[in-house]
Design a protein around this ligand. Structure first.
Ligand SMILES: C[S@@+](CC[C@H](N)C(=O)[O-])C[C@H]1O[C@@H](n2cnc3c(N)ncnc32)[C@H](O)[C@@H]1O
Length: 269
């Protein structure tokens, strides 16, 4: 097993914050990873991820070195021009935490008329998605390797997204870690403000307690309306992931939630 890491994975874990792997953790099929709490100095919000010394294959490392400049956009503090980024005007869907990118790639292949902006912090995952893009004729994906909270806040203009995908986000099962969960009222309000009217937020999880939290938080957001009566059926475009399959085998349920942006104006930021 190759232990090569990228410099951004080099944060040392505080020993008291070790986090067991979740069934949905990206990349946990090919290596043992320890998730730890770390908030880089200067950050003003609680991170929903931790830097980890993750296994990265030589192929993923090579893809990062060779393909990142071609398919990724560096984080910036100004709004991104989506049409320029993708080289065309098309509905743009943001995916947060794409893990190894298999779902991202499959959906982008199924929906060539849409743009997909994938945000992920995990080096091996970014390398894996770059490899998938390189080995296929899928051209409607761009990647930002950065904290999605900051990307949405700083780079996405209000009222511009056609959709948001959040699939199997880290469940942070311990109660004292729930504050790290991505689906929280302030972030959902921010995401809702970035959706165009009619745009959607699609979440999926295999953690019942997180599904309940998602349903509560999304239902309470005034800019969103549920498209289903409670949980939604899995739409045809979302393939069943490896982790989902394993979760189902372990007896976990899977809950999809699809909410739509109403035409109501977002409050001024
Ligand atoms: C449990 S994995 C799920 C991966 C994938 N969506 C799937 O279904 O297999 C969650 C992923 O979200 C990423 N992540 C968590 N918080 C993030 C954030 N704030 N910005 C970007 N990525 C994040 C993690 O690095 C991890 O790869």
């Amino acid at each position: 097993m190759n232990n090569q890491t990228h410099p951004t994975d080099e944060h040392s874990p505080p020993p008291d914050e070790k986090q067991p792997l979740s069934t949905g953790a990206a990349g946990d099929d090919d290596t043992t990873q320890i998730r730890t709490s770390s908030a880089p100095s200067g950050s003003s919000h609680i991170r929903s991820f931790v830097h980890r010394r993750a296994h990265i294959t030589p192929g993923q490392k090579e893809a990062l070195d060779r393909l990142l400049p071609q398919w990724s956009i560096p984080y910036q503090t100004s709004v991104l021009d989506l049409a320029q980024t993708f080289g065309r005007q098309a509905p743009t869907v943001l995916e947060i935490g794409f893990g190894m990118g298999e779902t991202t790639h499959a959906i982008a292949a199924r929906r060539p008329e849409d743009n997909f902006l994938g945000v992920e912090v995990f080096n091996a995952g970014v390398g894996a998605l770059l490899k998938r893009i390189d080995g296929s004729d899928v051209r409607n994906i761009r990647i930002i390797q950065h904290d999605a909270v900051e990307v949405v806040r700083d780079m996405i203009a209000p009222g511009t997204l056609a959709g948001v995908h959040i699939y199997f986000p880290d469940p942070w099962p311990k109660k004292r870690h729930h504050k790290r969960r991505l689906v929280q009222p302030p972030f959902i309000a921010l995401l809702a403000s970035r959706l165009a009217p009619g745009g959607y937020i699609h979440c999926a999880t295999d953690w019942e307690n997180y599904a309940e939290q998602m349903l509560d938080v999304l239902s309470a957001e005034p800019l969103l309306a549920n498209t289903a009566n409670g949980y939604a059926p899995r739409p045809d475009f979302r393939p069943q992931t490896k982790f989902e399959t394993r979760g189902l085998r372990l007896g976990h349920g899977v809950w999809d939630l699809i909410f739509q942006r109403t035409s109501q104006a977002a409050p001024a930021a």
